[in-house]
Design a protein around this ligand. Structure first.
Ligand SMILES: [Cu+2]
Length: 541
């Protein structure tokens, strides 16, 4: 909460910070098709109101309501099997030994053997066993591709993507996946490893390539991956299909570290990190967090096969979890959630922790998962917020990107775009804001796009010359928006909202007192058409 004294300062500050209320926009001067497809919307689409018969409570739905999922590849049957026993409520199991999730590239050969054995057993289970590997993959498909949409239970919409459920939903999904694998090999110390693609250290083996064990073991291999991205090719955390020739390894490492800094370190507020709130009755619940955009969506796309129409398996939700590498990918995102919580919310002054949502609609939201005993378990978001409570932790890894703040100003030599305010800057008030962890947020409202098409655009502040080849390792880069196609909605055109934390960027550019800023949106790759309804800058805690 913002105290009264700060609030009054904020009101004063608003006067001195015209950048908060005036944001001059210049759309990227891209050529040809892209120019035609990226522009300000002239009207709004009719959005169908979603009627909710009950609060967001996925724990009471009946699995018989499940229908075929609508996916970019057509209808896909991925309904989970019916439960033969009543749903049980989740209780933390304090009897389990604590488990350590390790980076894939540092696993011992004994551990790898155990891991492979567990997947062999999982894949050998009867097809209708909810613990079977294909059934596990189906959970991600059913929750995220609309298998439950027709029932208007919202099981899909309240699933794991593009809103504040992204991190907790996937934590639960991995928790049960891990417990099933552990029970199959009868080893309660078993823990999923994480794919450490954010680690740019040039060690042997490399952390940021597709790990060898997923290429050399048939049980962990997947036919539908991009062979151009096999080792020694480094993961591109800002990847977009059709984005030109690869860059050098050293440049890729710098780009990856810069992207991590902008997307995760600069995501200081609850909303920026977790994604948009989703309350019962919300007709437009869509608004992904910065990490979900990238590196989450980008690594999905980077891994999937470019020979497949939708970059199956990893590049599209309905098939993503069919690739065994999905699980270490998401374990790393789950780890980044724990890292995010250790970073300061404020940029100046004594440490203030980053915060979870306190909203009961988030804390009490429920999901259903099958456990290692084939029981359907009802879980709540509030029970997933501490990994220690769930019995696991992550091996400590140096996260070099935490300090990889870009310092190069790309537009340093060009004519200044800043029109400084004639008023003297309220330095003291600005510092108070910083100490309380207030962040200036760029909000791009009413982003309308075709959810069946991959869409990506990068955002730069005061660098109108930015184009597809502009580095993200520059001060002006504010962040990126990335969509992974699915059909989670009636009709393919959906509206979403994008937010980026820009306090740091504005300070580095000396724009804290500017009358206006220039925002440049650079469409990347073969993006589908996008329109925007509005832009604003606001404060957020
Ligand atoms: Cu994912």
């Amino acid at each position: 909460m913002v105290g009264d004294s700060l609030l009054s300062r904020l009101l004063v500050t608003k006067f001195y910070f015209p950048v908060q209320i005036l944001c001059f926009l210049l759309l990227s001067t891209a050529t040809g098709r892209r120019e035609a497809s990226l522009g300000l919307a002239t009207g709004s689409l009719q959005q169908e109101q979603q009627g909710w018969a009950r609060p967001i409570d996925n724990g009471t739905i009946d699995l018989e309501w499940c229908t075929q999922a609508e996916t970019p590849a057509g209808k896909v049957g991925c309904c989970p099997p019916r439960s033969k026993t009543p749903v049980v409520d989740f209780v933390h199991n304090t009897q389990l030994p604590s488990r350590l999730r390790q980076p894939v590239h540092l696993l011992s050969s004994d551990y790898i053997a155990k891991y492979i054995r567990a997947y062999e057993l999982m894949k050998a289970l009867p097809p209708d066993d909810p613990r079977n590997f294909d059934q596990q993959a189906n959970i991600h498909c059913a929750y995220c591709d609309g298998a439950f949409l027709e029932t208007e239970t919202g099981w899909c919409l309240t699933g794991g993507h593009r809103n504040w459920f992204f991190f907790p939903w996937h934590r639960w999904f991995l928790y049960f996946h891990e417990r099933i694998l552990a029970s199959l090999i009868e080893d309660d110390t078993f823990a999923l490893p994480f794919w450490n693609w954010d680690n740019q250290f040039a060690s042997d083996p490399l952390p940021n390539v597709i790990p060898q064990m997923y290429l050399t073991n048939p049980v962990l291999f997947d036919d539908f991956r991009n062979p151009d991205h096999f080792p020694p090719r480094l993961a591109d955390l800002n990847f977009v299909p059709g984005d030109g020739a690869p860059i050098s390894d050293s440049k890729q490492r710098e780009e990856n570290n810069a992207l991590m800094y902008k997307q995760l370190v600069n995501a200081r507020t609850t909303r920026l990190f977790y994604g948009k709130e989703y309350h019962p009755g919300d007709s437009k619940p869509d608004g992904l967090g910065t990490i979900e955009s990238a590196p989450h969506n980008t690594v999905h796309k980077w891994t999937g096969s470019s020979a497949k129409p939708h970059f199956e398996d990893m590049g599209v939700f309905y098939s993503a979890a069919r690739d065994p590498i999905f699980y270490p990918h998401h374990a790393n995102l789950d780890r980044l959630w724990t890292v995010w919580k250790t970073l300061p919310r404020n940029r100046k002054g004594p440490f203030r922790p980053r915060r979870d949502y306190k909203d009961l609609d988030w804390l009490n939201a429920t999901f259903l998962f099958y456990d290692e005993k084939r029981r359907l378990v009802r879980v709540r978001v509030r029970d997933a917020l501490k990994t220690e409570q769930l019995g696991y932790r992550y091996q400590d890894i140096h996260n070099a990107w935490v300090t990889a703040r870009p310092s190069t100003v790309a537009g340093a030599k060009s004519k200044p775009l800043v029109s400084a305010s004639p008023d003297s800057p309220p330095t003291a008030a600005a510092d108070v804001i910083e100490e309380f962890g207030e962040a200036e947020i760029l909000v791009i409202q009413g982003v309308e796009l075709d959810y069946n098409k991959a869409t990506k655009f990068d955002v730069y502040i005061n660098y109108p010359n930015a184009n597809e080849n502009t580095s993200v390792n520059v001060v002006e880069f504010a962040g990126t928006f990335v969509n992974v196609p699915d059909s989670a909605g009636k009709g393919h055109i959906m509206e979403t909202e994008m937010r980026l934390g820009i306090s740091d960027t504005l300070e580095q550019l000396g724009l804290e007192d500017a009358d206006y800023i220039v925002v440049t949106l650079v469409p990347r790759g073969s993006s589908g058409p996008v329109t925007f309804k509005g832009f604003k800058i606001k404060y957020e805690t």
